[in-house]
Design a protein around this ligand. Structure first.
Ligand code: SF4
Length: 375
C-alpha cells in the first residue's frame, strides 16, 4: 500500500484579478523507500501541491484527498497535522537562509524541532543535535552547533535543514529544490547525503526540482507538471528515453544531457511563457508553445491517460497529449509519427499561435538525442 496517495488535489487562491488555479486535479502516490521527482517550470504548481498537503498554504481553497498512511491530511485537525509535520513528514525548504531563524543558533533550532514533538531535556537534545550534524557531515559539530545560520556556508545551511527534516526519523521526506542554491560539487554531496539518509530511515522521498540532472540521479518515478496539472508520469528511464508529451521532450532538449550537447550544439529552449493560472488557454494549456499543436489541441484538453503503446515501462506510463500513443522518445520514427499526426489533422491554427510566441513549425524543431543512443 502506498505511504502517500494524493487524489484529485485542487488548490486555488482568491486574488484581486480573480481565482488563481495553482493545482488542478493532481493525483500521485509514493511507496515507502521510493523516490518521486516532481518536475516543471517555476509556477507549475509543484511546491504549492506539497505545501498544501502539510497545511502550509493559508488562504487557499483546497479539495481532493491526500491519504498519508490512511489519514487524509487535508481534513486532519490542525493539532494532528502539526504533530505529523516534522514527526512523520520532514520538509526541506528551498532557501535555507530564509527558512532558518537568523537570531537563534543552528543547535537551538535543531533542539526546538525535538522539543516541539517530544519531552526531551536540554542535555539529550543537544547531544542528539550534535549527532544529527555529524550525520549530515558538518565538521566539528560540537563547536558549530553554537553558530548562527549566517556563520554557515550555503551547503552547510542546506545540510542543517536536512538534519532538522530527519531529526525525528520521518517516514516521508519532501525536499523542495534542495540543491538550487548550491554549486555542483556541494549539490552532489547533498544529493548523496539525502540518498543515504533515505536508505537509513527507509523513508519515501518526494523531490521537487526543475533540474533534470537531479532527477536522473535520484528518482524512481517522475511526475511532470505544467500549468498546475500533471502532463506525464513515468519511471525515470521511460521518461528519459521514451517520453510522450512534447513538454517533457522540450524540457529534456533544453538541458545539456546528451553527447551532442557537449560537442558544441545549441540547447533548445522551450519558447514562450508558462500559461496564466488566472486565465489558462483553452484546450491543452501547452498548445501556445507546442510545435505539434493541432486544431483539436486548442479545443479539447487531453486527459492524463495510460500510454498503452509503451510496453517497456516498468511502472504505468501516462501522458496528457493528443499525439499518437506510439510516438515515443526522440527517434526519427517517433518524429515521423508526430509529423504525420500534425499533417493529418490539417490546418493547426498553430501558425498563428506559434508565431505569436516565436515558436517554429514541427519540422523546424529537432528531436533531442537525450542519451546519445539515437532512441
Ligand atoms: Fe498539447 Fe497538442 Fe502539443 Fe499534445 S500535441 S502537447 S495535446 S498542444
Amino acid at each position: 500500500m502506498a505511504l502517500l496517495e494524493v487524489d484529485d488535489l485542487r488548490v486555488s487562491f482568491p486574488t484581486e484579478d480573480g481565482r488563481l488555479h495553482a493545482v488542478q486535479g493532481l493525483s500521485f502516490s509514493v511507496d515507502p523507500g521510493r523516490t518521486l521527482a516532481i518536475v516543471g517550470e517555476s509556477g507549475s504548481g509543484k511546491s504549492v501541491a506539497t505545501q498544501t498537503m502539510v497545511g502550509l498554504t493559508r488562504g487557499a481553497q483546497v479539495s481532493g484527498r491526500a491519504l498519508f498512511d490512511g489519514a487524509d491530511l487535508l481534513t486532519l485537525p490542525q493539532e494532528q497535522l502539526r504533530r505529523l509535520r516534522g514527526e512523520a513528514i520532514g520538509f526541506v525548504f528551498q532557501d535555507p537562509l530564509t527558512s532558518l531563524h537568523p537570531q537563534y543558533t543552528v543547535g537551538w533550532q535543531l533542539a526546538e524541532v525535538m522539543r516541539a514533538h517530544e519531552t526531551i531535556a536540554r542535555g539529550p537534545a543537544r547531544a542528539r543535535a550534535i549527532e544529527l550534524l555529524t550525520q549530515v557531515g558538518i565538521p566539528r559539530p560540537e563547536k558549530r552547533i553554537d553558530d548562527f545560520p549566517h556563520q554557515f556556508s550555503g551547503g552547510m545551511r542546506q545540510r542543517a535543514m536536512i538534519a532538522m527534516a530527519v531529526a525525528l526519523n520521518p517516514r516521508l521526506l519532501v525536499a523542495d529544490e534542495p540543491t538550487t542554491a548550491l554549486d555542483v560539487t556541494v549539490q552532489a554531496q547533498v544529493l548523496e547525503l539525502m540518498k543515504r539518509l533515505q536508505a537509513d530511515y527507509s523513508a519515501a522521498l518526494i523531490i521537487i526540482t526543475h533540474d533534470l540532472g537531479v532527477v536522473a540521479d535520484m528518482a524512481d518515478e517522475v511526475l511532470v507538471m505544467y500549468g498546475g496539472r500533471a502532463v506525464e508520469v513515468a519511471d525515470r528511464r521511460t521518461l528519459y528515453y521514451r517520453q510522450h508529451h512534447p513538454y517533457t521532450k522540450g524540457l529534456l532538449a533544453s538541458v545539456p544531457l546528451s553527447a551532442a550537447h557537449t560537442e558544441g550544439s545549441r540547447l533548445i529552449p522551450i519558447a514562450g511563457q508558462p500559461p496564466s493560472l488566472l486565465r489558462p488557454p483553452p484546450g491543452c494549456s501547452f498548445h501556445p508553445r507546442c510545435p505539434y499543436a493541432m486544431d483539436v489541441c486548442t479545443r479539447e484538453r487531453p486527459p492524463l491517460e495510460p500510454v498503452s503503446g509503451d510496453l517497456e515501462a516498468t511502472s504505468e506510463h501516462t501522458s496528457a497529449c493528443h499525439l499518437p500513443e506510439d510516438a515515443l522518445g526522440s527517434s526519427a520514427a517517433a518524429e515521423d509519427l508526430r509529423r504525420a499526426a500534425v499533417a493529418a489533422a490539417g490546418d493547426t491554427g498553430f501558425a498563428t499561435v506559434g508565431a505569436a510566441v516565436g515558436v517554429g513549425s514541427a519540422e523546424e524543431v529537432p528531436a533531442p538525442d537525450v542519451a546519445g543512443d539515437g532512441r
